[in-house]
Design a protein around this ligand. Structure first.
Ligand code: ADP
Length: 277
């Protein structure tokens, strides 16, 4: 009772760990009034290089093929992965306080820090809060048109930037991307705990580089030994949405910037899960 009487609702001047602190700190950023975004799905991973951008790009491609309005908000500035996969290097229009996203060949709307840099190969040496601010601006200042599914390529890990993204965007669910090697560590557990803490549903887990395909005979080779993806998914009570092999064709498509030409069905069950939201 005492707490309610004295609460000024200004948590910056009060150290009490009360219920209103939780509410005020998890303030979602407002979407630009001119935008329309129906579902927001975060794609997360424990560390870089596991194929999070690959999975984001494949999911966006598949959902676009199903005729949905699709967007990718690239919040992972560690490299120009998503724009590169789509062969997009510019096309963002800035007008006053607002921005229009770039469009891929099949019409996926795309926004990324890397599209705003003059030289995409130069490292982004911004500190966490600046990166988090840029990501929030992509939500508040970009005009997203008729988006049914927005995929947010989250920065890897469970540090400050992913935490801010988790807190400021109204995520409907997250997909955890991992590799067989990572599964044996605590990385998945950390991502699961973070999502639970933020009260965001986990749509499921995608195991990338599960196995390799022999280019000669097509045989599946378990590069990292037998996968334990099923057991891990069961342990945390989350669905295993897909097992994607290490496939040279995928690397080639990304290198040429034509991921939208992919001819496999690896991501189909994950896209079904997103569609079922
Ligand atoms: P992350 O976003 O997790 O840092 P990326 O998606 O950028 O990782 O993937 C890292 C590299 O591995 C990229 O060059 C990408 O093209 C390649 N790659 C990722 N997944 C696969 C796969 N299943 N088969 C072949 N190459 C892959």
């Amino acid at each position: 009772m005492e707490e309610q009487n004295t609460c000024t609702h200004d948590c910056s001047t009060c150290g009490a760990d009360c219920a209103s602190r939780g509410e005020s700190e998890i303030q979602k950023e407002p979407l630009n009034p001119a935008s329309s975004v129906r579902h927001v799905i975060g794609v997360v991973s424990g560390k870089g290089g596991v194929g999070k951008s690959m999975v984001t790009s494949m999911l966006a491609t598949e959902m676009r093929r199903r005729s949905w309005g699709v967007a990718v908000l690239d919040a992972d500035i560690t490299g120009p992965s998503v724009p590169k996969a789509f062969g997009v290097s510019g096309g963002v229009e800035v007008s006053g306080e607002t921005m229009l996203p770039a469009y891929t060949k099949t019409g996926i709307q795309l926004m990324s820090v890397n599209l705003l840099l003059e030289d995409a190969s130069s490292p982004v040496v911004w500190r966490g809060p600046v990166i988090a601010g840029a990501v929030k601006q992509f939500w508040t200042d970009v005009i997203w048109t008729d988006v049914d599914y927005m995929f947010v390529d989250m920065p890897p890990g469970t540090g400050d930037v992913p935490l801010t993204v988790f807190q400021s965007l109204p995520l409907d669910g997250i997909i955890i991307v991992t590799t067989p090697q990572e599964l044996v560590s605590m990385i998945v557990e950390k991502a699961v705990n973070m999502a639970k803490l933020m009260n965001i549903p986990i749509l499921g887990m995608v195991e990338n580089m599960s196995y390799a395909i022999c280019p000669d005979c097509g045989k599946e080779i378990p590069l990292f030994g037998a996968s334990c993806a099923e057991e891990v998914a069961k342990e945390y009570g989350i669905p295993l949405l897909a097992k994607i092999p290490l496939d040279g064709k995928l690397t080639a498509l990304v290198d040429k910037g034509v991921i939208e030409l992919m001819e496999n069905e690896y991501i189909t069950p994950a896209a079904d899960a997103v569609e079922g939201l």
